[in-house]
Design a protein around this ligand. Structure first.
Ligand code: PLP
Length: 390
């Protein structure tokens, strides 16, 4: 068999850090161990019934069996605009300021190809969601990391970025509530971001994947709620977390017209839009009963409270996350992130994600997902406690 060489584009792609971890977990699971997997970010609860029902009905309609319009169904884009108005009191024009995405992941990878030429610079949070890097690598562009530190509330310290980098940068990725640190952003921070981006002509891409998940009654801030945001950037949203629809692949970008046009243009060449049945269900999710969203946030908050309390009891004294379904926890002294994650896996059969997998500033932390039942989270804490480390 002939071996066909990969194109340079594929060779540039960053290594999938967590692939190794998945293998180790699989090996232990195959040996029959009872593994508690808190290492991933896959919502564990089902999509609300009324959304599933909408798909069931829409899937029968032959109208939906045809190609959908290239740039998404107008009714979905109108639903997205209505959602932003209702949730954030932000006006977006459904025709020109909304792009439908195959999940936020696709948009976050495409955006670099839309805006960056080879050798251009993008500012990326460290630690951060790995897919930003994938898109930048495909565009053959350069990366400048913005460290997210606890002492700076896991927000980038703009004053620490050298002026020449700011002048060179064309794109900046931000993500709040943040994966993996669970940090949250304030309106003041977004206002400052807009001022900086205007000064240096940087397009801001705010990844709002965890937009719905804020605790203790705090609703996370949308980037578009800040004055001038649409002039200098976009926000990407996904139905994956808000409505437990990770498998459905529905996301969207809203904001700056020129950027939205670029996303739509690249997608004209890559795809026809999502199955129209799914677009109907997505519109139902955005416009229908929102009770499930409140209940989901309450569920994550209750899990957080139980879990963090239990960690306290075993002597791992950590701060409770204010948003997302992750806990970003400092590892005890004497361990690297990977050593500690390996220890928990091998001795407690608890899977956590080592923080350095999200970037070098993630060293010294592990990320745990609150994505299992309360009693399993409590058991994970107890298994960790029985190692006697704390
Ligand atoms: C920060 C962040 N952005 C984007 C995504 C991708 O979301 P989607 O399912 O819409 O592709 C995730 C999913 O884990 C995420 O954690």
């Amino acid at each position: 068999m002939h071996h066909f060489e990969q194109a340079d584009l594929l060779k540039r792609l960053p290594e999938q850090f967590f692939a190794k971890l998945v293998q180790k977990v699989q090996k232990l699971a195959n040996e029959g161990h009872d593994i508690i997997n808190l290492g991933q970010g896959n919502p564990d609860l089902p999509t609300p019934e009324h959304i599933v029902e909408e798909l069931r009905v829409a899937s029968i309609d032959p109208q939906n069996h045809k190609y959908s319009p290239f740039r998404g169904q107008p009714f979905l884009k109108e639903a997205i605009a209505a959602f932003y108005k209702r949730e954030y009191d932000v006006d977006v024009d459904p025709q020109t300021e909304v792009a439908v995405l195959f999940g936020a992941k696709t948009g976050l990878v495409e955006i670099s190809q839309c805006l960056l030429n080879a050798g251009d610079l993008a500012l990326v949070p460290d630690p951060g969601y790995p897919d930003y890097m994938s898109g930048i690598a495909m565009a053959n562009a350069d990366i400048a990391l913005m460290p997210l530190k606890a002492e700076h509330d896991f927000l980038p310290d703009y004053s620490a970025i050298p002026t020449n980098e700011l002048d060179r940068a064309k794109l900046m990725f931000l993500n709040y509530p943040n994966n993996p640190t669970a940090g949250i952003a304030t309106k003041t921070f977004f206002d400052e971001t807009i001022a900086l981006a205007n000064k240096h002509q940087i397009c801001v891409v705010h990844d709002f994947a965890y937009g719905a998940i804020g605790f203790d009654g705090e609703k996370p801030q949308s980037f578009l709620q800040s004055e001038g945001a649409k002039d200098i950037g976009i926000e990407m949203y996904t139905l994956s977390k808000t409505y437990n629809m990770a498998g459905w692949r529905v996301g969207f970008a809203v904001g700056n017209k020129s950027v939205i046009e670029s996303i739509n243009l690249i997608q004209d060449h890559l795809y026809v839009s999502l199955f129209s049945g799914i677009q109907h269900a997505a519109a139902k999710a955005l416009l229908g009963d929102q009770q499930s969203v409140g209940e989901l946030v309450q569920t994550y908050q209750a899990r957080r409270d139980k879990f963090i309390q239990r960690l306290y009891d075993i002597g791992w004294q950590v701060e409770a996350p204010k948003g997302t379904f992750f806990a970003w926890l400092p590892v005890p002294e004497g361990y690297t992130s990977e050593e500690f994650a390996d220890l928990l896996l091998e001795k407690a059969h608890v899977v956590v994600a080592p923080g350095n997998g999200f970037g070098e500033s993630g060293e010294g932390y592990v990320r745990l997902g609150l994505l299992d039942h309360e009693d399993r989270l409590v058991e994970a804490a107890e298994r960790i406690g029985s190692l006697g480390i704390f």
